[in-house]
Design a protein. Structure first.
Length: 148
């Protein structure tokens, strides 16, 4: 059996990328395309790597969510970033990683880290904190707090 040298080069490039961190299929396609490889060969190699469980969108999702949680990002932003990276909405919904996490606790830690323990005392402070937490990816239901 002879292997196509081009496919070997593509496979090695894909494996080098995967050795550094998990990648989605879409990320691998983009990076390998940028190197000038043929789209049909890229698809073939990525499918092969997925079948051998060397590439996994599920593993990427879990790894990425944990990394973004550690950086203080909320569920809305993480889901949007996953979608941009090629993770389907169905796969995101099927994952129990979002339901298993205490987003309220994380949001409180993020707010305290940025603004301290004192709750906002007026509308301007509350608006500023709410905008920041929304930027970090927390929805208004989580953010809602009262100021005096």
């Amino acid at each position: 059996m002879t292997t196509n040298p081009s496919k070997t080069i593509i496979r090695n490039a894909a494996l080098n990328l995967l050795a550094n961190r998990e990648h989605t299929k879409l990320e691998l396609e983009r990076k390998l395309s940028a190197k000038g490889f043929a789209a049909d060969e890229i698809t073939s190699i990525i499918d092969e790597l997925t079948q051998k469980n060397l590439q996994s969108d599920v593993r990427f999702l879990e790894s990425y969510v944990n990394m973004r949680i550690n950086h203080g990002f909320g569920p809305m932003r993480i889901k949007q970033e996953l979608h941009v990276r090629g993770i389907s909405k169905d796969l995101i919904q099927q994952s129990d990683i979002f339901a298993a996490f205490d987003w309220q606790e994380l949001m409180q830690k993020v707010r305290i880290k940025k603004f301290g323990h004192v709750l906002p005392q007026n509308f301007q402070e509350k608006s500023k904190q709410m905008r920041y937490l929304a930027y970090k990816g927390f929805n208004l239901e989580l953010i809602g707090f009262d100021c005096e």
